[in-house]
Design a protein around this ligand. Structure first.
Ligand SMILES: NC(=O)C1=CN([C@@H]2O[C@H](COP(=O)(O)OP(=O)(O)OC[C@H]3O[C@@H](n4cnc5c(N)ncnc54)[C@H](OP(=O)(O)O)[C@@H]3O)[C@@H](O)[C@H]2O)C=CC1
Ligand SMILES: Cc1cn([C@H]2C[C@H](O)[C@@H](COP(=O)(O)OP(=O)(O)O[C@H]3O[C@@H](C)C(=O)[C@@H](O)[C@H]3O)O2)c(=O)[nH]c1=O
Ligand SMILES: [Mg+2]
Length: 297
């Protein structure tokens, strides 16, 4: 099976490359040959890859910067993925698109299910919601996997930021009133690959539509930071004390949902897939980072 993935060095594409097993070839497509901001580049790059399945993983992910770069965020997160889905449809192959918890406003008091109303709080969330709509419009048979709070040994993420800050600080203030599901990009990779196999081997039976795909269990950003430092300290890596603060005490350009929890039951029922417990996954990634020469590079 050949899987074309958008993006070259992102957390999810790098994890998919690492986790693809025997008999699976990953073709990572990014700039310059596939630029989501250059719609004319998309169909030719995908056609040249001759994929059996397309995974739309690339995105504009700088949540705060997006507030001042609305046009760029919508080009990369909405129009681009729409063109990716249209190109996949034209090639007659299934498309899996990755979306986010930030399509919700966080006012629900329980984990979000797929049918809950969306109401993004910021430009990033609005652009990703427009991406979901563009993908479904181009290919009603698309699979959209919403994930959240992604970290990995690769790229930029909250876990690596915590380890970096701990190198020079004894205490860090971290918000304790935003809760969600921390998710390892390596677990996302395993799940995406399993869904891709089903779409390829049994296209008529594989369920389509939106599915939530996050690490099992919930916590706040402060809980995540504490878990990172506990795991790091156990391995002799950097750690800091966590001061649990309120969102109001950590002002940012973009508002974030207070409740980002996503319910994974639909993915479990449709595909038999549930991601591992987030605390175990954090330990595995932190151990790997600390074992590296520079855990924050
Ligand atoms: N990170 C997170 O916490 C979360 C992410 N998601 C979603 O998961 C998906 C994967 O995210 P993640 O791997 O963390 O993202 P990263 O920020 O790690 O990587 C983004 C990727 O997008 C690529 N990209 C950006 N702009 C363009 C463009 N114009 N043309 C082509 N490629 C481009 C980057 O390319 P290059 O390598 O060249 O820079 C990079 O490969 C995204 O859809 C994101 O919205 C959902 C929830 C949480
Ligand atoms: C660095 C830092 C952040 N924070 C807060 C700010 C914010 O509320 C929260 C998370 O900060 P970040 O900016 O790292 O996370 P953020 O960029 O909001 O992460 C989001 O990225 C996009 C791409 C998604 O799709 C989401 O699922 C989510 O993962 O932690 C602290 O409280 N203390 C700190 O020292
Ligand atoms: Mg960020």
């Amino acid at each position: 099976m050949r899987i074309a993935v958008t993006g070259k060095a992102g957390q999810v594409v790098t994890s998919i490359i690492e986790r693809a097993g025997a008999g699976v070839e990953i073709i990572a497509l990014g700039r310059p040959e596939l630029d989501l901001g250059d719609l004319a580049s998309i169909a030719p790059a995908l056609a040249a890859a001759r994929p059996d399945v397309v995974v739309s993983a690339a995105a504009y992910t700088a949540v705060d910067r997006a507030e001042g770069e609305e046009e760029a965020a919508f080009a990369v997160n909405a129009a681009g993925p729409g063109a990716v889905a249209a190109a996949a449809r034209a090639l007659g192959v299934p498309v899996i698109h990755i979306s986010t918890d930030y399509v919700f406003d966080g006012t629900k008091t329980a984990p979000y299910v797929e049918s809950d109303p969306v109401a993004p709080l910021g430009v990033y969330g609005r652009s990703k919601l427009a991406g979901e709509e563009a993908v479904i419009a181009a290919d009603p048979d698309a699979v959209i996997l919403r994930t959240a709070w992604v970290y990995s040994p690769f790229g930029a993420n909250f876990v690596k930021t915590m380890l970096r800050l701990a190198q020079t600080r004894e205490e860090l203030g971290v918000v304790a009133d935003q809760i969600g599901n921390p998710t390892s990009a390596l677990d996302i990779a395993d799940t995406v690959l399993a869904v891709a196999h089903r779409l390829h081997s049994a296209p008529d039976e594989a369920p389509r539509g939106i599915f939530h795909m996050t690490g099992n269990g919930e916590g706040s950003w402060a809980d995540l930071a504490e878990a990172v430092f506990a795991a790091s300290a156990a391995q002799g890596g950097p750690w800091a004390r966590v001061r649990r603060i309120a969102t109001a005490d950590y002002p940012t350009p973009a508002a974030r949902p207070a409740n980002s929890r996503l319910c994974g039951d639909r993915l479990a029922e449709a595909y038999g897939l549930r991601l591992p417990a987030w605390r175990d996954a954090v330990k595995a990634t932190v151990a790997r980072l600390v074992a590296q020469k520079d855990p924050v590079a």
